[in-house]
Design a protein around this ligand. Structure first.
Ligand code: 13P
Ligand code: SF4
Length: 349
């Protein structure tokens, strides 16, 4: 557990982090990317951290990879690249830098380390986990293989390196259907997200068997919620992530990964939209899409929200929180992740 009072006092000895209206005004062009969702008093507090992190990034030759579920001050203020799990994995493999700071959750940092073993990968809070990654171990994969001999294992990237190493290929919510359809076998094992698997099964001709894991953010939505939202907010476009249960996806107007959601809203520009996913998704795209009114409610991921500006600055300052993956495990896991990236590129995803 990080000692926040110690972190706060140590950082303030090295950086000027006092709230500053002058600095906030100087950094107005950065603030404009998020001024629909971040209040001016909050920006006065964030601006010194954004300045310090961006300066330190240059010194360390570091890049920050930010997932779409990061808060807006991280997403717009300090991230060099933002995107969904597939886009961040691809970026980790090709980015030129000595250090990657993963503004996301632990499995994403492991994926970056697997793809870029020569780089230092920093996780600002090691406790930023994921209910899906925690739901299965490599033994679970072996159990599934024993139950369905010969069936290939397609594991979501939301898994540990050990689970990836025990799998044949990975997938993300952007490419899951295409990856499953590309398998030669009629039966395909999908782990660990039961809902992503069921949603893929509804669109695929394959016989999909799956592990019973779920995302604590998306499993909370119900089909009745969506029917109620629609009744209370007529004319609102309901857009659901495929980690939601299938009856929720069936009630939605569109379902896609976080980048799929961004693409859909950008192209369609509905007057009113409700994103059936993590809260920061709508906040991060609100300023780019002023014509769209984003309507709540949403669910927060407690793991994603462990990442803060303060912890990012601390990790870059101390270079603590380095993610390591056993080289033998990493090599096998790389095979599964790289197979996904290669197939996605081939299929134009
Ligand atoms: P994508 O960004 O790949 O859609 O994944 C969502 C998610 O839950 C990541 O933890
Ligand atoms: Fe895991 Fe769900 Fe949080 Fe993504 S949103 S990190 S899948 S718990």
């Amino acid at each position: 557990m990080l000692d926040l009072p110690h972190i706060r006092s140590t950082l303030s000895e090295h950086y000027d982090l006092a709230p500053s209206p002058e600095l906030a005004a100087e950094m107005q062009s950065v603030y404009e990317r998020m001024d629909r969702v971040v209040t001016p008093p909050d920006w006065v507090m964030y601006a010194p951290y954004v300045r310090a992190i961006n300066a330190l990034k240059k010194e360390r030759n570091a890049v920050i990879l930010g997932h779409n579920y990061m808060t807006p001050e991280i997403y717009h203020g300090v991230a060099d690249f933002v995107g969904d799990s597939l886009q961040l994995a691809m970026k980790a493999a090709e980015v030129e830098a000595d250090v990657i700071v993963q503004a996301g959750v632990h499995f994403m940092a492991e994926t970056s380390k697997i793809l870029s073993p020569e780089k230092t990968v920093l996780m600002p809070d090691m406790e930023a986990g994921c209910s899906l990654a925690e739901s299965i171990t490599a033994e679970g994969i072996e159990e599934m293989r024993a139950k369905y001999p010969g069936a290939p294992v397609v594991s979501y990237v939301n898994t540990t390196a050990e689970v990836k190493a025990a799998s044949d290929i990975c997938c993300t919510s952007s490419n899951a259907l295409a990856i499953v359809n590309a398998m030669e076998s009629d039966t395909v094992i999908m782990t660990p997200d039961q809902y992503l698997a069921q949603n893929v099964a509804n669109e695929s001709h394959k016989n999909i068997v799956y592990w019973p894991g779920s995302c604590i953010v998306h499993e909370q939505y119900t089909a009745q919620d969506l029917r109620d939202f629609r009744e209370w907010n007529p004319g609102t476009r309901l857009i659901a992530h495929p980690e939601c249960p299938p009856d929720v996806v069936a009630e939605a107007d569109f379902s896609g990964s976080t980048s799929g959601i961004l693409k859909y809203v950008t192209e369609e520009k509905p007057e009113k939209a409700m994103l059936i996913t993590e809260c920061s998704m709508a906040s991060n795209i609100a300023d780019e899409l002023p014509e769209v009114e984003f309507i709540g409610p949403c669910n927060m991921c407690p793991y994603m929200k462990k990442i803060t500006l303060e912890k990012i600055l601390w990790s870059l300052h101390t270079m603590e929180g380095q993610v390591e993956v056993d080289p033998a495990v990493a090599e096998k896991a790389r095979h599964a992740v790289q197979a996904m990236i290669d197939l996605s590129r081939k299929l134009g995803i």
